[in-house]
Structure formats: structure tokens, C-alpha cells
Design a protein around this ligand. Structure first.
Ligand code: CAA
Length: 295
């Protein structure tokens, strides 16, 4: 099997080599230049062209429970990758045991209705969903409550074969607050969503794939590699057209079919005003690879 070299450049302050490759298959060698002031996440660029941004949740002792600081760090990192023109796709991942076990129960348990209203609590979780660039959740281990919800904020979910998904809020006296009653229902339909939300039961990666919550299950140790390959494939296309395609798919959630079809057609027509459409179609006719310029 070919050895893949990933040169991983992190938001760079004081470079030093990081050797750990716990979640990478042995066929992958990678080199990290470590950096960043983040406390609960790690950020890096991967792929042969370093065009895939990776955000790794790194609060293992709390199973990556999503405290406010962690969510603010994710928002910051997503926004930086979204504005980095060399990055064509963004991966959100955790560790083998947990993608994320939900909102931080200890941090929020003494919130009051008044304080939630005052701060519009959980509104600051929306950063992932606001990204213009495609986002990929690579889920190993638990994706529960808010963990499942931030995975669903991503455009595509891949999972390792030991992953577990669920909305267990009901068991702790609350309900999902960041999309677990909305995105989940749109993804898997009313009956399944009701069952998950009302029981708090967990489902396996295979079940999640079967009901359409996620698009692929792979062996846990190959998950990140598969997600990176997906990110590289997406990044090989015109970033401009990719963002139009993403926006058009998302319209399907927000409009009637007729409005959505009309929006799609107009966006399709608009792509003909771009250099990348001319380049893409010329390259096809001339039987060569396209060189996209994002214009
Ligand atoms: N918040 C805070 N801490 C958490 C946490 C959470 N959501 N999930 C796990 N932890 C902490 C535990 O308290 C524990 O810390 P200590 O060692 O300091 O006690 C540590 O992570 C390890 O957890 P467990 O000992 O419980 O590990 P386990 O293997 O026995 O169980 C688990 C794993 C089934 C995931 C269990 O931890 C669990 O049920 N977690 C809570 C899941 C949950 O209810 N999530 C929903 C939160 S509410 C929400 O997310 C609302 C929303 O819509 C945004």
C-alpha cells in the first residue's frame, strides 16, 4: 500500500514536531508543526496540498463535553479556515472514545431560564452551520446530545464503526437545544427522530447509516484518512462553485420545493458568469484537467 505523507501545518506560533499518530493508520506518516493558543481544540491543515482544515476536539477527560470556551474556539477556528483561501473543506473530529458527549452538563446545570434568555444560550453554537465551505464531521465514539447536533451542523457525516449517536437530553430533564429536534427530524423523519428524542436511546453507526443520518461507516482507525480524502476531493473542484452548490442543497431545508427549484435554476444559470464554469467545460471538451481560479 502506498505511504501517504501529510504535512500538517497548524496555526503557527512556535513550531515543533509532533509525533503522535494515534488515530491514523500505520500507512500514514504525518508531520505536525504545532501551534495555537487554543485550550480545547487542535487545528491543522492536512492533505497533500494542505487544503483540508482539521479541527480536533481535545477535551478527552470530559469526553469532549462542549463547554462554552470549547464552542467559542470551534467558532474561531471554523471562521479562520472559512477565510483561508487555501482551504477547500473543513473536518470536525474528536478522539476514539468520543466525538463529543454533549453540552457541558456541569457548566450549564445552574443556568436559569432568565440567564438563558439573557445570553440567548446556545445561539453561539451556530458557527459551524454558518461556514460557507463544506464541513465534514468525522465521528468516532460518542456523538450524544450537542455532540450529535454539531455533527448534524456539518454538511457530511462519516463515522467509525464503533460510533454511537443519540439525543439523551430527555434523561437529564431537558430537550435538545441545538438542532436535535429539527435537523434530526429533517434527516431521518418523524418516527425515528421521535423515538430517539423521547427515549434518549443510542444508535450504532450502522443504524445511523441505514436511516440516512450519516453517509458512510468505515473502520475506526481509517476514519480520519477517509474524511481527509473526501475533503481533498471536494477541494479539487472550484471553491466558488462548491460554495454555490452547498448553498443550493441547504435551500432544500428552508424553502418549498418550487422555491428551491427556482433558486437552484437561477444559481445554475449564474455559474455561467464564472471563469470556473468556462474553464471546467473547456477542460472537458479539450480532454484535460481543469485549472480552477475561484473566479
Ligand atoms: N457534560 C459534562 N461532563 C461530561 C459529559 C457532559 N455532557 N459527558 C461526560 N462527562 C464527563 C463525566 O462527568 C466524567 O467526568 P468525571 O470523570 O470528572 O466524573 C467523564 O466525562 C467521563 O464520563 P463517564 O464516567 O460518564 O463515562 P462513561 O463511559 O461511564 O459514560 C457516557 C459515557 C454514556 C457518554 C456518559 O458520560 C454520559 O451519559 N454523558 C452525558 C451524555 C448527555 O447527557 N449528553 C447531553 C448533554 S445536554 C445537551 O447536549 C443539550 C444540547 O442539546 C446542546
Amino acid at each position: 500500500m502506498a505511504t501517504i505523507h501529510f504535512s500538517r501545518i497548524l496555526f503557527n506560533r512556535s513550531p515543533h514536531i509532533v509525533k503522535s499518530a494515534k488515530y491514523f493508520p500505520s500507512s500514514i506518516k504525518f508531520y505536525s508543526v504545532q501551534a495555537s493558543n487554543y485550550e480545547f481544540i487542535k487545528v491543522e491543515k492536512s492533505g497533500e496540498k494542505k487544503n483540508v482544515g482539521i479541527i480536533t476536539l481535545n477535551r478527552p477527560k470530559a469526553l469532549n463535553a462542549l463547554c462554552n470556551k470549547l464552542m467559542n474556539e470551534i467558532n474561531d477556528a471554523v471562521s479562520k479556515f472559512d477565510n483561508d483561501e487555501n482551504v477547500g473543506a473543513i473536518i470536525l473530529t474528536g478522539n476514539e472514545r468520543a466525538f463529543a458527549a454533549g453540552a457541558d452538563i456541569k457548566e450549564m446545570m445552574n443556568n436559569t431560564f432568565a440567564s438563558n434568555i439573557r445570553e440567548n444560550f446556545l445561539e453561539h453554537w451556530n458557527g459551524i452551520a454558518k461556514a460557507k465551505k463544506p464541513t465534514i464531521a468525522a465521528v468516532n465514539g460518542y456523538a450524544l446530545g450537542g455532540g450529535c447536533e454539531i455533527a448534524m451542523m456539518c454538511d457530511i457525516i462519516y463515522a467509525g464503526d464503533k460510533a454511537k449517536f443519540g439525543q439523551p437530553e430527555i434523561a437529564i430533564g431537558t430537550i435538545p437545544g441545538a438542532g436535535g429536534t429539527q435537523r434530526l427530524t429533517r434527516a431521518i423523519g418523524k418516527s425515528k427522530a421521535m423515538e430517539l428524542v423521547l427515549t434518549g436511546n443510542q444508535i450504532t453507526a450502522d443504524e445511523a447509516e441505514k436511516i440516512g443520518l450519516i453517509s458512510k461507516v468505515v473502520p475506526a482507525d481509517q476514519l480520519l484518512n477517509e474524511a481527509i480524502k473526501l475533503g481533498e476531493k471536494i477541494s479539487s473542484h472550484s471553491q466558488l462553485i462548491v460554495s454555490i452548490a452547498k448553498e443550493s442543497v441547504n435551500k432544500a431545508y428552508e424553502t418549498t420545493l418550487q422555491e428551491g427549484l427556482s433558486y437552484e435554476r437561477r444559481m445554475f444559470q449564474a455559474t455561467f458568469s464564472t471563469k470556473d464554469q468556462k474553464e471546467g467545460m473547456s477542460a472537458f471538451v479539450e480532454k484535460r484537467a481543469p485549472k480552477f481560479t475561484k473566479e
